[in-house]
Design a protein around this ligand. Structure first.
Ligand code: UDP
Length: 245
């Protein structure tokens, strides 16, 4: 973990204690300096998955930065009496980096999502981010990643975005991150949102910390995801108690 930010450890995962704007700046500076960087944007579901899977936990702990994606992480930090300033989501980070890349002619490689989402992205990205250099773009339903990795090695993109869902995307990033000198980040379902296949919650819901509710109503399969929250909060309270005694 970089010493540039202090961290708050929630169930063994150190979250950066900073604003989204500061985080963004640091990532951009690292890209310019060609520093290899692995970012995990973690929500309670990822924290709980790591809690139950030591190998995955180790992999997430090997990231340079873990950011609080999800209001549940902010709630956890509050319980620990070490509040974090704000969420730093994978989607917002991706969007800001794409805008920065477009303004500065930087390159990105996209791996993940369904073939039809990728087809839509191929149309949309050059329209929305005209200065962005698309080093490569590939759907996330491959059996063998050898050809994709060879392509990433050849094109040396400034950024690699993996939208494979967890734990796949972190495994992919941790295994291959040293193929380039740039940024590697898992972005979950962000390509679906970017391509317009799935809506992000309207601003009202985001501002009232109810994005999770909006998305669950629209996609009931997400229910099982928020079902981990009570157990997660229970474990964080236990951590808080241990730290007090
Ligand atoms: N996905 C993929 N390959 C797979 C499994 C999933 O590319 O083998 C993609 C899927 O199409 C979706 C993303 O990974 O775009 C996962 O999205 P989800 O909404 O589950 O992730 P979240 O945003 O909740 O982390």
């Amino acid at each position: 973990m970089q010493p540039s930010f202090s961290t708050v450890t929630v169930l063994d995962l150190p979250f950066v204690k900073t604003t989204a704007a500061n985080f963004q700046q640091t990532i951009q500076q690292r890209i310019i300096a060609q520093q290899n960087t692995f970012v995990v944007t973690a929500n309670p579901e990822i924290v709980m998955y790591a809690h139950h899977n030591p190998a995955y936990k180790q992999l997430v702990q090997s990231a340079d930065f873990i950011t609080p994606d999800g209001i549940g992480i902010l709630d956890g930090a509050k319980i620990l009496k070490q509040p974090l300033p704000e969420r730093i989501t994978g989607f917002d980070t991706l969007i800001r980096l794409l805008q920065w890349a477009s303004d500065n002619h930087r390159s990105a490689y996209f791996v993940g999502a369904k073939p039809e989402v990728i087809a839509a992205l191929k149309q949309k990205l050059p329209r929305d981010y005209p200065g962005l250099i698309i080093a490569g773009i590939h759907d996330g339903y491959f059996k063998d990643d050898t050809a994709i990795i060879a392509d990433i090695q050849r094109t040396q993109p400034d950024m690699v975005f993996a939208a494979l869902g967890f734990p796949k995307q972190e495994e992919f990033v941790a295994t291959h991150r040293h193929t380039t000198k740039g940024l590697w980040m898992g972005v979950g379902g962000s390509f679906d949102v970017l391509a317009g296949a799935v809506d992000r919650a309207p601003k009202f819901w985001q501002d009232h910390h109810l994005e999770w509710f909006y998305r669950t109503v629209k996609e009931p399969k997400r229910l099982k995801r928020i079902a981990v929250i009570p157990h997660y909060l229970h474990l964080v309270r236990q951590q808080a108690k241990r730290q007090r005694s």
